[in-house]
Design a protein around this ligand. Structure first.
Ligand code: PEP
Ligand code: MG
Length: 537
């Protein structure tokens, strides 16, 4: 039995087998070969196997995400049949008398660079695809299976680190828990774990690949126990049962109001990343959606999601919520949420860099496509739009100009548009300090405490080493929140909190006393926060 400590980012108990996930790029060594014909045959066989893998993935994906989204696997299979790609591999094997792995890696690098340097955005985006297909063939040649595919049984996923885009691509039904060596409590991967309501730990110094070993993840105590003794396993089976019972007790709060003993009502909404989270939202009885992080649609895609694709996703969410409020945040790409096809430059300080609204305002074609999809979907339910990373009134005025132009364009084209509230996230100290002025131009505020904390305390939310300095209840932060609520009420608009602090039940009473109007939390936190509100005397 081995035990490792870590920081819990989502409570709960998981018991199951480990799958170790590595994103290490395939290491390719150049080897001299005598029989180049045999090497080309090796390549052909690996290529065929890779194509079969892609066909299987396509079949599975069609069922899960529909034909349009699954099409990328067909595109990859077709790219593997491309004559230029295949001729290049064969040529490198023959002329350099080298192994197939090296020839595929060199071809992948060369083609990927050629695509990346093209002017056309479509071809630029193919750069990442070429890399993907080259890596798939190399994996087959090396006899390594794709560790992103989780297998049939649900597993506890142990990884060095997980990026948000890797996490969203995983099959949520197959994940019992996450454990990572890197990462911090406020990273987007941790937020995803909370959205999925699965126990998760970060900062765990495990010492190897324990794939297939039995494991317990204790998200209450921050522990991972590998190969537990029978008595420990039994103790945790009992704990897990008690956990399930507690969840059942909380379930009794479904259908009840979010009201304090003195009669103050709070709107309690859910945070989601994509339409796949709707089941959890409805199951936990959320009153609406307070934050739909639309950038996850971009992270799950291999290319810019089209207006039609986005429209379908937003329409699905507002329709499923049947008239309840759905606040969709415009894309917040950048910092830790990187997407190859955006071709963002490497930055010294990405959290302080080119991200979110800054991208939208300088690349209006991307912004307008998203706004068109949002306003079109607004005709099908109760949709609000929220803009991230605002620092000035000037930005808000520019956004309003673009938004107005988009609405007029749609009206001229005959599209119906609903009543849409437009609000901003207060997640920079500048926005909090200017909230009296900003309140005059928008319909609501939603406080993003994850970023507001990192910028106020000057603590990188991704850096696990800084956890000891990260005081989520820092008085500076609480003062800013109070000020924002006050300023919004003076201007006659409402304020919510959609950062992770909104789910901190130690602060629920403080927020309610400050006059907060709405809290938006991970679906699994709705019922515990409802309980905390109802317990306020
Ligand atoms: C926040 O910053 O609090 C927030 C809700 O946005 P995100 O976590 O996606 O940056
Ligand atoms: Mg934020």
């Amino acid at each position: 039995m081995r035990e490792f400590a870590g920081k819990s980012v989502c409570k709960g108990i998981a018991i199951g087998k480990i799958k170790y996930f590595t994103t290490k790029e395939n290491t390719v060594v150049k080897r001299k070969v005598q029989d180049t014909d045999a090497e080309i045959e090796r390549y052909e066989a690996a290529k065929q196997k890779a194509i079969e893998e892609l066909e299987n993935l396509y079949e599975k994906a069609v069922v899960k995400v529909g034909e349009d989204n699954a099409a990328i696997f067909n595109v990859h299979a077709m790219m593997l049949e491309d004559d230029d790609f295949n001729d290049s591999v064969a040529n490198i094997i023959t002329t350099q008398q080298t192994n197939a792995e090296y020839a595929v890696a060199s071809t992948g690098d060369n083609f990927s660079e050629i695509f990346a340097n093209m002017d056309d955005d479509y071809f630029k985006a193919r750069s990442a695809d070429v890399k993907d297909i080259a890596e798939r063939v190399i994996r087959v040649l090396q006899g390594v299976t794709d560790s992103r595919e989780l297998g049939d049984e649900p597993v506890i996923l142990v990884a060095e680190d997980l990026s948000p885009s890797e996490t969203v691509q995983m099959d949520k039904d197959k994940l019992l828990s996450f454990v990572t060596r890197l990462g911090s409590a406020n990273s987007h991967t941790a937020i995803l774990a909370r959205t999925m309501a699965i126990p998760a730990l970060v900062g765990v110094e495990f010492d190897g690949d324990y794939t297939g070993h039995m494991c317990i993840v204790d998200g209450y105590e921050g522990r991972m126990i590998i190969d537990p003794k029978e008595e420990v396993l039994e103790k945790y089976r009992v704990k897990k049962e008690a956990d399930d019972t507690n969840k059942a007790l909380l379930a009794e709060l479904k259908g009840k109001e979010n009201i304090t003993a003195s009669g103050k009502k709070i709107n309690l909404y859910a945070n989601i990343g994509n339409p796949g989270d709707l089941g959890a939202v409805l199951n936990n009885d959320a009153g609406g959606i307070g934050l739909f992080r639309s950038e996850f649609l971009y992270l799950e895609s291999k290319d810019y999601p089209t207006e039609e694709e986005q429209f379908a996703a937003y329409k699905k969410v507002v329709e499923a919520m049947g008239g309840k409020k759905v606040i969709i945040r415009t894309l917040d790409i950048g910092a830790d949420k990187q997407v190859d096809y955006f071709h963002l430059d490497k930055e010294e300080n990405p959290a302080l860099g080119y991200r979110a609204i800054r991208i939208c305002l300088t690349r209006p074609e991307i912004f307008k496509t998203q706004l068109r999809a949002l306003f079109r979907a607004s005709a099908y339910g109760n949709l609000s739009i929220m803009y991230p990373m605002i620092i000035s009134v000037d930005e808000v005025l520019k956004i309003k100009e673009i938004s107005k132009a988009v609405r007029e364009e749609l009206k001229a084209e005959g599209f119906p548009i609903g009543e849409v509230e437009e609000g901003i996230m207060i997640e920079t100290p500048a926005a909090a300090i200017m909230s009296d002025e900003l309140a005059k131009h928008v319909d609501f505020f939603s406080i993003g405490t994850n970023d507001l904390t990192q910028y106020t305390l000057a603590i990188d939310r991704q850096n696990a080493k800084l956890e000891p300095f990260y005081d989520a209840h820092h008085p500076a932060l609480l003062k800013l929140i109070e000020m924002v609520v006050e300023n919004s009420h003076k201007a006659g608009i409402w304020t919510g909190i959609c950062g992770e602090l909104g789910a901190d039940t130690e602060l629920t009473e403080t927020f309610v006393k400050m006059g907060i109007d709405e809290l938006s939390v991970a679906p699994g936190a709705i019922l515990p926060v409802r309980k905390a509100i109802r317990d306020i005397r």
